[in-house]
Write a protein that binds this ligand. Structure first.
Ligand code: G6P
Length: 608
C-alpha cells in the first residue's frame, strides 16, 4: 500500500527519491508522485499507474529536497489528480500522506464554506489546505495545529516553498522511519527503513503524533503535546535486496519454487536433536513463563490467518493448550476477554498490516504478552511485540503470498513443539515429530517436480468460473488458502468450505459447471471426506482431488487426482498448499491474468 520516501542532502534528491520509491513498489500501489522545491517554488510531478509512467512524464530537475509517494487508492479513484503529492491552492505547501483522515468530510465542508477550492477527492488535500490556512511563517507550528484537528492515522512528509532546507514529518500509527547521516549531511525518510540506501544511518521511528523537523543530517523531534523530545537512534542491519525474478516468468513462480529452501531456513538450527528441545535465537520469553500460560490467542489477517488457524490446531494437538486464531480485523471489535494468562501471537509477513497492528495494541492494553511471527525485520509489529520469531524467508515480492505462509506454518509447528515440550511431551515424541517436519522441504521438491502434470490439470480447469475448495480439519484451512490464491490472481469465484458443510447450503450452487477441489490429505477424516465427495459426484460437479499417495479410493470418485507425498495429518498442509499455489498460478496463466500485479490488491495493507 502507500509508501513515503524523502531526501534532503547534497546529492540529487530526485534520483534518490525515485530509487526509494522503486524499492517501495513491493507494497503495491496504483499511482506515484514526487514534489520538491526549486528556486523558491514547489514543483511536482504525479501520475496514475506504475513508477515507469511517472518516469516517462518526468519534468522535474534540480530539486533542493524531495518527497515521494506510492499511492494505493482509498479516498477517490485512481487518477493523476488524486495521486500524491497534494498541494494547497496557492502551491506553497506539498504533502505526501499514508493512512486515513477519518474526519476529512467535516473539515473539508468547513474549508469549502471558507472559500477553499479543492482539486482532488482525497482526505489528504484537506490536510494540506488546512496547513496553508494555519501557516504564518513557521511550518512546524502549522503542521502541529492541523494534526491536533485531524482524527485518524497518518504518516506525512511536508515541504514549504520558503523552507527548502526542511522536511516536516509526522506519524501516528503508520510507520515512518527517519535516517540521518550527520557526516554526509544527508537525511532520509521512508515507510520502510529497509529501503534506505546506506547502513550508516542513525535511524529512529516517529510515532504517537510525533513531529520531526528534518534538516540536512539532523532532526528535532516534538511529541504530540508539542514539547521537544530526545529520540534515541539505532543503527539497523538493513535487509534490502534488489528484487530479481532470477529467470522465472513471475515473482510468484519464483517464490513458489523457493519453498523447499525457505521452509528449511525456518526450521534449520532451531531443534536440538540431543535434547529434543526447540530453541529460537534471542528468544525473549522464558520457559517458565511460557509453561504458565493457560491459553493462546493468534491474531492475523489474510493468508497469515490461515497459517494461524493451522498453528492453533498444532498447539491444541501437540501442546494440549487451548488455542484459537482470530481474524485481526474482527478481533479488534469483539470482547476477546483477553487476560494476562493468555499468550497472544500475531502473525504477519510484512509486519505492517494495520488491522493486525491494531489487534496487537488491543492485546497489549489487556496486558498480554505479544509474540510476533514475522518476516520483515524492523517492521512495526517486530518493534512493538515483546518477542519475535523471524521467518527468515527473504523478501516476498508477489502480492499473492506463498513462501511466507509455508514458513509461518513451519515456525508455528516448531513453536507448538516447544510449548509441547514445556507441557510434558517426551523428547522422543518431539524427535519423531521433527523427523517428519524435516522431510517437508524434500516433499515440496517432489510437488514442484510434478509441475507438468499440475499444469495439464490447470489447463483443464481454467475454463470454469466458479469453484468450491473443500477439506476437513487441517485440509479445511488449506482449502481456504487454496481458494484465496485462486481468486487473488485468477479473478474466478473460489470459495473455501468445510467438506461437511456443503450439504448445509452450498450444495444449492453445485452443478457440472461448478468444480470442487477436494483436499483429502487427512487420514483421520478420510472416510467422511470420501462420503462428501460421493455426494458431490452425485450432483454432477467435476472433482479435482489433492490426495496423498496410497489413498487409492479417491481415484474411483474424483475426475482428476494430483498425488501428494504422504506425511502425517498435521504436516499435510505444506505440500497441499504448494500444490494449490501452483494450480492457482497455472490457471491464472491460462486466463492471461496479470500475475505480478493482481487488480485491487496490495502487498502491505496499511489501512484498516
Ligand atoms: C495482504 C496480502 C496477503 C496477506 C495479508 C496479510 O492482503 O496480499 O497476501 O496474507 O495482506 O499480510 P501480512 O503481511 O500481515 O501477513
Amino acid at each position: 500500500m502507500c509508501g513515503i520516501f524523502g531526501y534532503l542532502g547534497p546529492k540529487n534528491p530526485l534520483q534518490i527519491c525515485l530509487a526509494g520509491l522503486e524499492q517501495l513498489e513491493y507494497r503495491g500501489y496504483d499511482s506515484t508522485g514526487i514534489a520538491g522545491i526549486r528556486n523558491g517554488q514547489i514543483v511536482f510531478c504525479k501520475k496514475a499507474g506504475k513508477l515507469s509512467n511517472l518516469l516517462a512524464s518526468m519534468t522535474l530537475n534540480n530539486l533542493e529536497s524531495a518527497i515521494g509517494h506510492t499511492r494505493w487508492a482509498t479516498h477517490g479513484q485512481i487518477s493523476d489528480q488524486n495521486a500524491h503529492p497534494h498541494l494547497d491552492s496557492l502551491h506553497s505547501i506539498a504533502i505526501v500522506h499514508n493512512g486515513i483522515i477519518e474526519n476529512h468530510h467535516s473539515l473539508r465542508a468547513r474549508l469549502i464554506e471558507e472559500g477553499v477550492t479543492f482539486s482532488s477527492e482525497t482526505d489528504t488535500e484537506v490536510v494540506v489546505q488546512l496547513m496553508a490556512k494555519y501557516y504564518q511563517g513557521d511550518l512546524k507550528s502549522a503542521v502541529q495545529q492541523v494534526l491536533a484537528l485531524v482524527q485518524g492515522i497518518y504518516a506525512i512528509a511536508v515541504v514549504h516553498k520558503d523552507h527548502p532546507d526542511q522536511i516536516i514529518a509526522a506519524a501516528k500509527e503508520c510507520p515512518l522511519a527517519v535516517g540521518l547521516d550527520p557526516m554526509t549531511h544527508e537525511s532520509f525518510l521512508s515507510s520502510d527503513p529497509n529501503t534506505f540506501p546506506s547502513s550508516n544511518l542513525d535511524i529512529f521511528f516517529l510515532k504517537a503524533g510525533e513531529v520531526a523537523v528534518i534538516r540536512k543530517g539532523v532532526a528535532e523531534v516534538y511529541n504530540a503535546e508539542q514539547q521537544p523530545i530526545y529520540k534515541s537512534t539505532e543503527r539497523l542491519q538493513l535487509h534490502y535486496t534488489e528484487p530479481s525474478k532470477e529467470g522465472f516468468d513471475h515473482f510468484l513462480l519464483k517464490e513458489i519454487h523457493e519453498q523447499p529452501h525457505t521452509v528449511l531456513k525456518a526450521i534449520l538450527g532451531r531443534f536440538q536433536e540431543l535434547t529434543g528441545n526447540v530453541e529460537f535465537e534471542s528468544f525473549q520469553i522464558k520457559d517458565e513463563e511460557l509453561a504458565a500460560y493457560q491459553r493462546v490467542c493468534i491474531l492475523a489477517c489474510g493468508g497469515s490467518a490461515h497459517a494461524g488457524s493451522i498453528g492453533a490446531a498444532y498447539l491444541e494437538e501437540l501442546a494440549k493448550i487451548p488455542a484459537q486464531c482470530e481474524i485481526a480485523s474482527e478481533a479488534r471489535y469483539r470482547s476477546m476477554l483477553l487476560t494476562p494468562d493468555t499468550l497472544v501471537i500475531v502473525i504477519s509477513q510484512s509486519g505492517e498490516t494495520a488491522d493486525t497492528i491494531a489487534a496487537l495494541r488491543m492485546a497489549k492494553e489487556a496486558r498480554c504478552k505479544i509474540l510476533a511471527i514475522c518476516n520483515v525485520p524492523h517492521s512495526t509489529i517486530t518493534r512493538e511485540a515483546d518477542a519475535v520469531i523471524y521467518l527468515k524467508a527473504g523478501t516476498e515480492i508477489s502480492v499473492c503470498s506463498t513462501k511466507a505462509l509455508t514458513s509461518q506454518i513451519a515456525v508455528l509447528a516448531l513453536f507448538a513443539l516447544h510449548m509441547a515440550r514445556l507441557r510434558g511431551l517426551s523428547a522422543d515424541a518431539a524427535r519423531e515429530f521433527f523427523r517428519h517436519l524435516q522431510q517437508i522441504p524434500k516433499q515440496i521438491h517432489q510437488v514442484l517436480n510434478a509441475i507438468p502434470q499440475l499444469r495439464k490439470i490447470a489447463e483443464k480447469y481454467s475454463r470454469y468460473d466458479h469453484f468450491f475448495f473443500i477439506g476437513r480439519l487441517y485440509m479445511y484451512t488449506t482449502s481456504l488458502e487454496g481458494a484465496l490464491k485462486l481468486k487473488e490472481i485468477s479473478y474466478v469465484n473460489a470459495n473455501g468450505c468445510p467438506a461437511g458443510e456443503l450439504k448445509h447450503g452450498p450444495f444449492a450452487l453445485i452443478n457440472s459447471d461448478f468444480p470442487v477441489v477436494a483436499f483429502c490429505a487427512n487420514q483421520q477424516t478420510k472416510d467422511k471426506m470420501l462420503s462428501n465427495l460421493a455426494e458431490v459426484k452425485a450432483r454432477g460437479a467435476p472433482i479435482l482431488a489433492f490426495a496423498p499417495l496410497g489413498m487409492e479410493d479417491v481415484e474411483i470418485i474424483a475426475n482428476d487426482v494430483f498425488w501428494l507425498p504422504p506425511t502425517t495429518d498435521l504436516l499435510a498442509p505444506f505440500t497441499a498448499t504448494v500444490a494449490a499455489q501452483l494450480l492457482a498460478y497455472y490457471i491464472a496463466l491460462e486466463r492471461q491474468c496479470n500475475i505480478d500485479q493482481p487488480r485491487n490488491l496490495a502487498k502491505s495493507v496499511t489501512v484498516e
